[in-house]
Design a protein around this ligand. Structure first.
Ligand code: ZN
Length: 427
C-alpha cells in the first residue's frame, strides 16, 4: 500500500508554486502529477492524505543537532530527539559528536547508527570528532570514521584551539574528500562568560563573550581552508565580523559554507528578559547589529543554510540560573513556524527561499541525495498548515527537555504531517 498526497501546494527556490498529487510507494516518491482542476488519480487500495490548501515540501534537513545519546539521556535520546525533529517537520538530521563517550571511534558511530535504525523515526547522520575526546590534542582516525558512516568532522561545543591541529585536520579531511565543520570559539577570550558582551551583560554586571572570540577562528580557518583546499563549514554564525570574513573568503573562491540558527536571526541580547537560562546558548544572542548582519548574510548567500542547533537540557540544569546553567536551547519544534512568522508573513522572504534553506540547500552543501520531491528520491515529505496560528505550549513539546525561550509565542506555519522514508512519523 502506498500513500497519495492530494492537491498539496509545492514551492521552489524561485517561489514558483504549483498544485501537485504525490504518490509515495515503499520508501520512494513514485509519482508526481500536476493537480489540474478536478483531476484525481486512482487511489484505490492506498492511503490518501488530503493536502488541499497545505504546503507540501521535501522533509526539512537539520545539519546541526544534539541528540545527547550516549551519555546524557536525561536531556534527550535518539528516540525522543528524532520524534521532536519529526514534529518540527525534519526528516534528516546530523548529530553532533559531543556525547559521552564522544563520537570518536567506530564503535560509537555504530552505536548511534544502530540506535537510530531501531529507535529513531527519521534519518540520523552522525559527525565524528576532529580530535580524540574533543581535547584538541590528537586527531581521530578520519578514514575509519568515514568508513563507519560519519559525514564530516567537528569538535562542536568547543573550538579547536591549536592552528596547526586544525590545519592538519583539514589536510587529512580533504585527502579523503570530507568536510571540516567548525564551532568557532577562542578559549582565551571567553572564560566564564554566560552571555555576549553588550547591553545585557553591562546591565547585569556579567562578563560578556566578545564577538572576536568567534570571528578570530573564522578568520584563521578560512585561511587554513584556502591553504589546504578543504570544504570548511562554519557552525552557527552569530556575529557581523564572521559574516564579513565569510563573505570575503567566498569572493576569493575559498571553499567555505556556513549555517545560522533561527534564534540568532530572530533574537538579540536586548530581548533577554532577565536572568532566565532558557535564553542562554553558545554562541550567545548578540547585538541587534549582529542580528541584522546574519540576516543579510543569509539573504545574500554568504550564509548557506539554516540549522537549529537543537540543544536540550533538563529543567533542573536550566534552573541553575544564567551563570551556572549549561548553554543551549531546543530548536526542532519551532524552527519553521518561527521563521515563517517572522520573515515570510512579514514579506521579508519568500516562502520558496525559507523552504530552500531548510531542504535542498543543506543537501547540496553536504552532497546528500535528499531535499527534493523528484520522482525516485527518498520519500521524505513534510505537510505544513500555513494558516493556523498557535501558541507554543510547554506541555506539547515532544523533546525530553523543555528549554526554549519561545514558550508563549504565537506562531503560524506548523508541520502537520511528516513522512520519513515513506512512513508517517508525525501527524
Ligand atoms: Zn557549537
Amino acid at each position: 500500500m502506498g500513500i497519495w498526497i492530494l492537491n498539496g501546494l509545492t514551492v521552489d527556490v524561485n517561489n514558483v508554486q504549483a498544485k501537485k498529487h504525490i504518490f509515495v510507494e515503499n520508501d520512494k516518491i513514485a509519482q508526481v502529477l500536476d493537480a489540474a482542476e478536478g483531476s484525481a488519480p486512482r487511489t484505490e487500495g492506498h492511503e490518501v492524505i488530503d493536502a488541499a490548501g497545505k504546503l507540501v515540501t521535501p522533509g526539512f534537513i537539520d545539519m546541526h543537532v544534539h541528540l545527547r545519546e550516549p551519555g546524557f539521556e536525561h536531556k534527550e535520546n535518539i528516540a525522543t530527539g528524532t520524534r521532536s525533529a519529526a514534529r518540527g517537520g525534519f526528516t534528516t538530521i546530523a548529530c553532533m559528536p559531543n556525547t559521552r563517550p564522544v563520537i570518536d571511534t567506530v564503535d560509537t558511530v555504530n552505536y548511534i547508527l544502530d540506535k537510530a535504525a531501531t529507535e529513531g523515526v527519521i534519518r540520523v547522520l552522525p559527525y565524528g570528532t576532529i580530535t580524540k575526546n574533543e581535547l584538541g590534542r590528537e586527531l581521530t582516525d578520519f578514514a575509519a570514521l568515514k568508513e563507519a558512516g560519519v559525514i564530516g568532522y567537528t569538535d562542536d561545543g568547543v573550538g579547536v584551539q591549536n592552528a596547526q591541529m586544525m590545519k592538519d585536520a583539514m589536510a587529512l579531511a580533504v585527502s579523503i574528500g570530507m568536510p571540516i565543520i567548525a564551532h568557532c570559539e577562542d578559549d582565551t577570550l571567553v572564560v566564564g562568560a554566560p552571555v555576549s558582551e553588550g547591553s545585557f551583560s553591562k546591565k547585569h554586571g556579567l562578563k560578556g563573550i566578545p564577538n572576536e572570540s568567534e570571528a578570530i577562528h573564522v578568520g584563521r580557518d578560512v585561511l587554513l581552508a584556502e591553504a589546504t583546499g578543504v570544504h570548511y563549514h562554519v557552525c552557527h554564525v552569530s556575529t557581523e565580523q564572521s559574516v564579513r570574513l565569510i563573505r570575503h573568503a567566498k569572493q576569493f573562491g575559498i571553499k567555505v559554507t556556513a549555517e545560522v540558527c533561527p534564534h540568532h536571526l530572530v533574537l538579540s541580547d536586548e530581548d533577554i528578559p532577565g536572568l532566565d537560562a532558557n535564553w542562554k546558548m553558545n554562541p550567545p544572542l548578540r547585538t541587534p547589529r549582529d542580528v541584522q548582519a546574519v540576516i543579510e548574510g543569509l539573504e545574500d548567500g554568504t550564509i548557506d543554510i539554516i540549522v537549529t542547533d537543537h540543544a536540550p537540557h533538563s529543567e533542573e540544569e536550566k534552573a541553575k540560573g544564567m551563570m551556572l546553567a549549561p548553554f543551549g536551547i531546543l530548536g526542532f519544534e519551532t524552527a519553521f513556524s518561527l521563521l515563517y512568522t517572522k520573515f515570510v508573513l512579514t514579506g521579508k522572504w519568500t516562502l520558496g527561499f525559507l523552504v530552500d534553506r531548510m531542504t535542498k540547500k543543506p543537501a547540496d552543501v553536504f552532497g546528500l541525495p535528499y531535499g527534493t520531491l523528484n520522482v525516485g528520491s527518498a520519500a521524505d515529505i513534510t505537510i505544513v498548515d500555513l494558516e493556523t496560528k498557535l501558541e507554543v505550549l510547554k506541555e506539547e513539546i515532544v523533546s525530553r527537555s523543555k528549554n526554549t525561550p519561545f514558550i508563549g509565542w504565537k506562531l503560524q506555519g506548523w508541520p502537520i504531517v511528516t513522512i520519513a522514508s515513506g512512513k508517517v512519523v508525525w501527524s
